[in-house]
Write a protein that binds this ligand. Sequence first.
Ligand SMILES: [Ca+2]
Length: 369
Amino acid sequence: MLCVLLSVASAAEPSGEMGRCAADPTGADPAPADAGCGCAAMRRDALLPPPSPLPSPQQSAGATAPPPQMVWIPAGEFVMGHDNRSASPSTFLADGEGPSRRVRLPGFWMSATEVSTAQWAAFAAATGFQTDSERFGWSFVFEGQLTPEADAAATQAVQAAPWWVAVNGANWRRPEGPGSDALEGRADHPVVHVSWTDAVAYCRWIGARLPTEAEWEFAARGKQVGGAKRTVFPWGSQLVPGGVHRANVWQGAFPAANSAADGYKFTAPVHAFGPQNEHGLYNMIGNVWEWVSDYWSTRHSRSTTHNPQGPASGTERTKKGGSYMCHKSYCYRYRTVARSQNTEDTGTGNLGFRCARSHEPTPSTESKD
Ligand SMILES: [Ca+2]
């Protein structure tokens, strides 16, 4: 029997809680009160022994080639965040989308795609790295994706968002729990059930790092960021321009009806939909949320900053881009300026990442990954 998870947790049992995630009153579909959205702050309450040391970066010959599957984002200045609270009334204040502030960034490399399950599998095989979800023994799975085995064994759901189920055995390899296998038929989909700490370990292994929130938002904007020209999405201000889907989000009344009009009910391949902007970046918006390096804060200075790294400390980490579970009616967060957060050890079926890397490579300072 599935029971609703309250705030009580123990070290041995799957646990979690879901933060507020209000509906957008401008959305077309009604949303349950305090619906959550597949994007708010769930967390584990158990304690784990310290993880093993992070794997060392790969060492290989070659000095001048750019990192594979990364694109160069030239240095620039842009306006981060926004001031138009009427554009996102339910999230503007709650998520700290504003105020707008000018940010200058040096150039950097950005992964063209989210990290795929195949890429993660290579990392895990080479290093033996254990994700937090593997060490905890469970992770959060959307109820609509449970395997029969996982559904039968499920014991706890999240009170504020009962479509999130804590599933024993769910991890990057078995994203829907026992009986699922991400390497069968969808190895090119984004790896999920990876925590912030896991993502940092992978990026370090390829000689990279997580992008900062500023880098992520700057890259998502595309090349139209120099002036006042700003669009809601990386490709423009229409979600489905000319009837062509550009991102993997939810169509229908969440959580019961998902028409998958964009072609994907859940995750999509990391290269699906084609590049979302002129940089050649795929699925910045939609598909899975993406960890960035910054600690979470909803308070920002209007001052111009150079290469901001986020708060010096905090209890949660920031994520960007929204996921296949997002719909305007309850989670209008698939916008370049939108943001959300989770604790560092959280894993879910709609949360992944991509990596970034500083500096244009030169023969003397860069190595080929
Ligand atoms: Ca979809």
